[in-house]
Design a protein around this ligand. Structure first.
Ligand code: PLP
Length: 403
């Protein structure tokens, strides 16, 4: 059909799935193989050790499922809870909402702290609720580290301090789907009990792997936990994984991709990966300021370095900006979800990304906004982000010269 081809690359700026680097695509381009062969553990065993470095854990145990992040949510809860168990969770976006709903479907009772969307977890309220729970009925606290729907990052270390201050034994469950391998995450230091992630964001892979890291305390809780589980049962993995095998057919191609992803993260250095995300986010935020628009995140302390959710002015629909950007400029921006539908669009700035790629997305977003009548000055966001990037580069060079 004439005219159907969109030349050039699609600018993929949804906050996951993220761009899969060519190196990873090539690593996944392999013939199928026997996942029970004597060679297979050479691929799989090092993955567990390397993933532990990503979670920053020594004693945690990693589980890899052929699933998405939602499966990892389910695995974390069903392996450690029993129907009727009580959980404490803050709700401030679509993903914190969905995790709560999943817990309820498994018969768990969730005490929900409703927070304004655009804010995140309030550790002082967590502490208060745990102090009031004198009989320690609350089994666990659920925290979405980075709420992808609103571009809000919460302070997990502060939640850990709140649990400790209340002297409460609750397990700490953390959703790191859009933070792990992009934002600083410290499983052991924060004494996280169950951390979950998916393959399609910071790990730069297609969707298809759900990854859980469990503490020794979580593994002990598993012995008493009676939630129905089969496919996601840790026990089956604990039998098979130490020898490098899985209880069922693993997503072999994605495991090859994961091997390459972990090598790339190691080559760049995790701290450099975090710094790059911080740097790119500061460029995106400079653009939003130059447009005279607001982020959904209410205050700088909530700003996410992996995704910016940008409010469109009253009278406009964020979905129109997204549709125009896609159809006219081959740029994929993230949608507003649930109560944010139509009110915002999101620029994902995570995964395999550099300054010029992000400048392309900012440029496309300001053209698409103008196309639908939002009169931000053309080039203003791009110029502000360029200035931010150049300023940071000059400061870095001066620091190196002074050393
Ligand atoms: N948690 C967060 C923070 C997410 O951003 C997402 C998806 O974007 C999920 C959970 C659900 O993961 P998945 O769509 O991989 O099942």
């Amino acid at each position: 059909m004439a005219g159907a081809r969109k030349p050039g690359r699609n600018f993929l700026f949804v906050p996951g799935p993220t761009n899969v680097p060519d190196r990873i695509l090539r690593a996944m381009h392999v013939a199928m193989e026997d996942h029970r062969s004597s060679d297979f553990p050479k691929l799989t065993l090092p993955l567990y050790e390397d993933l532990k470095r990503i979670f920053k854990t020594r004693d945690g145990q990693v589980f890899i499922y052929p699933s998405s992040g939602t499966g990892a949510w389910e695995a974390a809860l069903t392996n450690t809870c029993s129907p009727g168990d009580k959980l404490l969770a803050a709700r401030f976006g679509q993903f914190s909402h969905l995790w709560i709903e999943l817990a309820k479907r498994h018969g768990l009772e969730v005490f929900v702290q409703e927070e304004e969307w655009g804010t995140g977890v309030h550790p002082e309220k967590i502490e208060e609720a745990l102090r009031e729970d004198k009989n320690h009925a609350i089994k666990g606290v659920l925290v979405v580290h980075n709420e992808t729907a609103t571009g809000v990052t919460s302070n997990v270390a502060a939640v850990r301090r709140a649990i400790d201050a209340a002297n409460h034994p609750a397990l700490l469950y953390v959703d790191g789907v859009s933070s792990i391998a992009s934002l600083d995450f410290r499983f052991d230091e924060w004494r996280v009990d169950l951390a979950i992630t998916g393959s399609q964001k910071g790990l730069m892979l297609p969707a298809g792997l759900g990854i859980v890291c469990a503490s020794q305390k979580a593994l002990a809780a598993m012995k008493e936990a009676t939630c129905r589980r089969a496919y996601f049962d840790f026990t089956d993995h604990m039998k098979a994984n130490p020898t490098g095998y899985f209880p069922y057919t693993p997503a072999v191609t994605l495991l090859h991709g994961l091997r390459e992803s972990l090598a790339m993260l190691e080559e760049e250095g995790l701290d450099n990966v975090f710094a790059r995300h911080r740097h790119l986010a500061s460029g995106a935020r400079a653009a939003v300021r130059a447009w005279g628009l607001k982020l959904c995140a209410k205050e700088p302390k909530w700003h996410s370095d992996t995704v910016s959710a940008i409010m469109v002015p009253h009278g406009f629909n964020g979905a129109d900006v997204i549709d125009r950007a896609y159809r006219r400029y081959n740029l994929a921006l993230g949608a507003g979800l649930s109560q944010m539908a139509g009110k915002l669009f999101r620029i994902g700035h995570l995964g395999d990304l550099n300054e010029l790629m992000l400048l392309g997305a900012i440029s496309g977003a300001e053209m698409a906004m103008n196309d639908v009548g939002i009169e931000v000055e053309l080039g203003s966001g791009v110029a502000a982000a360029q200035a931010e990037f150049r300023g940071a580069a000059l400061a870095r060079e001066q620091k190196v010269a002074a050393e």
